[in-house]
Design a binder for this molecule. Structure first.
Ligand code: NZQ
Ligand code: ZN
Length: 391
């Protein structure tokens, strides 16, 4: 196991009616003027936004609102948010929504106290030294941004989708009420399941040895998602299934499952190009690319793929490692299909003829190399896109 430092200061408040804690928590973390940031429709339609406004008004907490965050959030709204916060002397950001809203909120939070262009954080030319406190009321379990130290934003010009991170952007608190997720349609629920599974798998597939504790945490999280996932699709209002999935999404990406081991993240890098080019949901792109990545790299660490097949998918060890490894990959793909996810370019709406374009931007965004389990160059990346396009 590698040395590590792990700091995860987020206060998680979980359960039915936990939204009632919003105002006291904002006060606890020093918020006196709040930017309430939200997405397109869902928080308005469900009444959640109005409910939160009532709580703020009752406690005399001043606020301004900025809605309209789109899935795969863009830089233009971040600039707008930074300007509003400066003009209105906002000192706290509350994100109501999923990964897209939270990431947009994080980028605004880091951008407000910084005098330069916030995109520099994504160019990695400067690091984040200060940020306004961010908090969230989560409405979709998926990206894990409610507990993570990262954010992903797309620069509209050039369609560059990039990540940046800092411990300073971890939310100070996250309210998780599984009831809020009852309204999620089956497709959004499934995208979320694919994303959280991917967050675990990016960590599970490592060459670091002697990491039994995180191996087992990863396996338990995957098994939970595999068991509870189909239930939330079948029974959207099953509280316990929604609750388990909601917490699984957080556990998958706080960093807890990856400490002490080298993580991979190549598939996320490959996927960001698909969501940047086609605007597809992140989880849908991952469902297409993860099995393809696996099929390409399993030869470079077959024992780990045998573990994945036998421990996660309960596949019997026949003695032939290759056969077992491939059965595990097949099982993952079948699972994705069974919950209605796309598993190839065609089902996703991507085109093999765009692979050159994908590689072009991937090269800019990754510097030509990505991943750690088996470090990929651009030729490897091309083969993986081709495999995903062929299936
Ligand atoms: O915009 P509204 O109307 O709110 O609709 C949203 C959106 O269309 C809808 N939705 C959310 N909660 C709902 C609901 N619909 C009905 N009922 C509810 N309760 O769901 C749609 C998707 O929302 P979005 O926030 O885009 O989903 P997700 O949480 O999957 O976030 C995806 C973004 O997170 C990034 C992705 O790249 C993508 O941009 N990621 C962020 C990470 C991080 N910060 O740590 C890590 C991830 O790997 C990921 O890359
Ligand atoms: Zn993800």
């Amino acid at each position: 196991m590698n040395n590590f430092k792990f700091w995860s200061p987020t206060e998680f408040v979980f359960g039915k009616n936990s939204v009632k804690n919003t105002a006291p928590l904002i006060k606890k973390y020093g918020g006196t003027k709040v930017l309430v940031h939200y997405g397109g429709q869902s928080a308005i339609k469900s009444g959640l936004l109005a409910e939160v406004e009532r709580y703020l008004q009752n406690e005399f907490i001043e606020y301004v609102k900025l809605g309209g965050v789109q899935p795969n959030p863009v830089d233009t709204l971040v600039y707008e948010g930074i300007e509003i916060c400066r003009k209105e002397c906002v000192n706290f950001i509350l994100a109501i929504g999923g990964g897209s809203v939270i990431d947009s909120a994080k980028a605004i939070a880091a951008g407000v106290p910084y005098t330069g262009d916030f995109w520099n954080f994504f160019e990695r030319t400067v690091s984040i030294n200060r940020a306004l406190p961010v908090a969230t009321i989560l409405t979709i379990p998926a990206a894990g941004s409610e507990g993570s130290d990262s954010m992903v934003i797309t620069k509209t010009r050039g369609a560059l989708k990039r990540g940046a991170g800092s411990p300073l952007i971890r939310p100070v608190f996250a309210i998780l009420d599984p009831v809020l997720t009852f309204t999620l349609p089956a497709n959004q629920t499934a995208y979320g399941l694919a994303d959280m599974m991917s967050h675990v798998m990016e960590r599970y597939f490592t060459q670091t040895t002697g990491v039994e504790i995180t191996d087992r945490l990863c396996e338990a999280t995957l098994l939970t998602i595999i068991n509870e996932g189909p239930k939330v699709i079948r029974e959207p209002e099953n509280y316990d299934a929604r609750a388990n999935i909601m917490w699984a999404g957080t556990v998958a990406h706080t960093g807890f499952c990856g400490v002490g081991r080298e993580e991979d993240w190549a598939t996320h890098g490959l996927e960001h190009e698909l969501s940047a080019l086609y605007g597809v949901a992140h989880g849908a792109g991952l469902a297409v690319l993860f099995p393809a990545w696996m099929q390409y790299v399993y030869r470079f660490g077959i024992d780990r793929f045998v573990l994945f097949a036998t421990r996660v998918w309960n596949i019997e060890h026949s003695g032939d490692k290759k056969e077992v490894a491939l059965k595990g990959i097949r099982a993952l793909k079948d699972f994705f299909s069974s919950i209605g996810l796309p598993v190839n370019f065609k089902q996703l709406g991507a085109k093999a003829s765009d692979i050159d374009r994908l590689i072009e931007t991937l090269k800019i965004n990754s510097g030509g190399k990505l991943g750690a389990f088996y470090p990929l160059n651009m030729e490897d990346a091309r083969r993986i896109y081709e495999m995903a396009a062929m299936e």
